[in-house]
Design a protein around this ligand. Structure first.
Ligand code: ZN
Length: 91
């Protein structure tokens, strides 16, 4: 896999957006995540979290460019964490 391929979501093909973790996060550096609300990974997450933990939350696909690892990024709404995205043009 090339670096370029890693920067798209394997679940929906959307380009991953760079975002800066908040100060209290366990990540020190920039992360990438899929912010596509149509993404199946994200959409299925709502059901899974409700069934498993009885919470209204989901997760987005995340890629850590420092470690090369991917994993879920927990979110509690469609707009959560969007304010931390730094390479998306905001209207
Ligand atoms: Zn996606």
């Amino acid at each position: 896999m090339t670096d370029k391929e890693k920067l798209t979501c394997p679940h929906c093909g959307a380009r991953l957006l760079k975002w800066a973790p908040p100060d209290n996060s366990t990540w020190d550096d920039f992360q990438y995540a899929c912010f596509n609300d149509e993404c199946l990974y994200y959409q299925k997450g709502w059901d899974w979290m409700m069934k498993k933990f009885k919470v209204k939350a989901s997760y987005r696909y995340r890629y850590d460019p420092q470690t090369g690892q991917t994993g879920p990024l927990a979110v509690w709404s469609d707009t959560a964490i969007r304010n931390l995205v730094i390479d998306e043009k905001k209207d």
